[in-house]
Design a protein around this ligand. Structure first.
Ligand code: SF4
Ligand code: SF4
Length: 323
């Protein structure tokens, strides 16, 4: 009997939602289990790193790696899987573009540690203990992985063959990707395994999207009762649809929430730059003070325009606070 393709899943710096999507396959997960041999999935089954280390190079058909790279342990295991795998898929936004964790690139490691372990109002830490890479506990040396100063996307540290977008990817595109692996029908290497069009192209509100929008004031979704049929941009609410890749079946729009951009940029675009350019041209004012008033309706530009992809943005991974 022919051997089933070996598949691995691994979880780096992320919330783990991408691996939840595998569970969201529902009964289709039984088809997956029947079609492939899962050889590594630490969040769901008891595997050891040594199980992978003893495998021949290239013997895993595909590894789905979710999460950004923030620690030395994540980098080590990702590189190990790279060596053992014919294909590596960056599984979800954190692996593809840094995801939500990459917003931490606006801060330094020192600033993050200070806030997390010393300054946060809910912290009680009179001895000012912070994690150390090496410490001694009851006479035994204890080590922790190195916490990098920067959140890296997966292809900052190694070759990646395909990218699955989403925060998390939908069950449908995960099932399609697995089916393509099993059938040996993957598209050109380095492809993003989703549509190249923008979300607006399939959005049910597209017909109400004006060709030219003039915005006097940006409103946030909690400040208004949004009309459930009309394009959010036409209502002065930032919706990332114009610069976001199609393929999610727009659940947020159906729930009367604007798109926050989790399917990443349309092919060849910088998601934030494209959106900023689109919005910059629609503010109804030429007076600097008035423009500032309108723009102040977007209080968190980085979190709005690069919520899922700061590591892959024109801003890059280098910007840090000054300490
Ligand atoms: S901007 Fe948002 S609401 Fe408007 S058509 Fe595009 S995705 Fe739909
Ligand atoms: S509508 Fe936007 S934020 Fe919501 S799932 Fe789709 S791409 Fe993600």
């Amino acid at each position: 009997m022919a051997q089933k393709p070996k598949v691995a899943f691994y979880w780096c710096a992320s919330c783990g939602g991408c691996e939840e999507t595998v569970i969201d396959l529902d009964e289709k997960v039984l088809d997956v289990v029947a079609a492939v041999d899962i050889v590594f999935w630490p969040c769901a089954m008891d595997f050891k790193y040594s199980d992978i280390e003893t495998m021949a190079d290239g013997s895993i058909a595909v590894s789905f790696i979710n999460g950004a790279i923030r620690t030395s342990e994540q980098e080590h295991v990702a590189r190990l899987l790279r060596n053992k795998s014919a294909l590596v898929v960056a599984f979800g936004d954190c692996a593809w573009m840094g995801g939500i964790p990459a917003l931490a690139n606006l801060k330094s490691k020192k600033g993050i540690f200070n806030r997390s372990y010393l300054e946060s109002p809910t912290i009680v830490n009179p001895e000012k203990i912070v994690p150390l890479e090496k410490s001694v506990y009851k006479g035994t040396e204890v080590t922790l992985p190195k916490f990098y100063d920067t959140v890296y996307k997966l292809d900052d540290i190694m070759e990646v063959d395909y990218y699955l977008p989403g925060c998390p990817p939908t069950a449908k595109i995960v099932a399609n990707a697995l089916a393509a692996v099993v059938a040996g029908q993957l598209p050109e290497r380095k492809s993003v395994l989703a549509s190249d069009k923008s979300l607006c192209s399939s959005c049910s509100r597209n017909e109400t999207k004006p060709d030219s929008v003039i915005i006097k004031e940006f409103k946030r979704i909690h400040q208004v009762i949004a009309d459930p049929e009309t394009c959010f941009l036409a209502q002065g609410i930032v919706c990332m649809g114009p610069s976001t890749r199609d393929g999610c079946d727009y659940p947020c729009i159906k729930g009367n929430m604007p798109c926050t951009g989790c399917f990443g940029p349309v092919a060849g675009a910088d998601q934030g730059a494209r959106m900023t350019a689109a919005l910059g041209g629609v503010i109804e004012s030429e007076e600097e003070a008035d423009i500032e008033r309108v723009v102040s309706g977007i209080p968190d530009p980085a979190g709005t325009f690069y919520r899922y992809g700061l590591s892959a943005s024109l801003l890059g991974s280098k910007r840090k606070d000054k300490i």
